[in-house]
Design a protein around this ligand. Structure first.
Ligand SMILES: *[C@@H]1O[C@H](CO)[C@@H](O)[C@H](O)[C@H]1NC(C)=O
Length: 83
């Protein structure tokens, strides 16, 4: 229902909040991971977690998109109607 400057400011605030949360989550997980393995294992743990993160970043939007388009086709269903 918004438009113009108000819409732009709201979208910007939402974007800033999203980025702050993403960086906080990433940093927090780095700290937890740093403490949870020994120094000799730190490189391997970091590599495994980076690979897993990239994999899920690639799969996430595709899986979400197909789920969304599937739900759009069954507007009157009992389960997942139109999401
Ligand atoms: C990572 O962990 C080591 C000990 O396990 C600690 O000395 C170091 O300060 C930690 N680094 C960070 C950024 O927390």
């Amino acid at each position: 229902m918004l438009n113009g400057l108000a819409l732009m400011l709201l979208i910007n605030c939402a974007s800033i909040l999203k980025n702050v949360l993403a960086v906080s989550i990433t940093t927090g997980l780095f700290l937890l991971q740093n403490r949870s393995v020994t120094q000799q294992q730190r490189g391997a743990a970091n590599g495994i977690s980076m690979s897993a993160m990239s994999l899920f970043k690639a799969i996430g939007p595709a899986a979400g998109g197909s789920l969304f388009s599937w739900a759009q086709k069954r507007q009157d269903a009992f389960f997942f109607p139109d999401i």
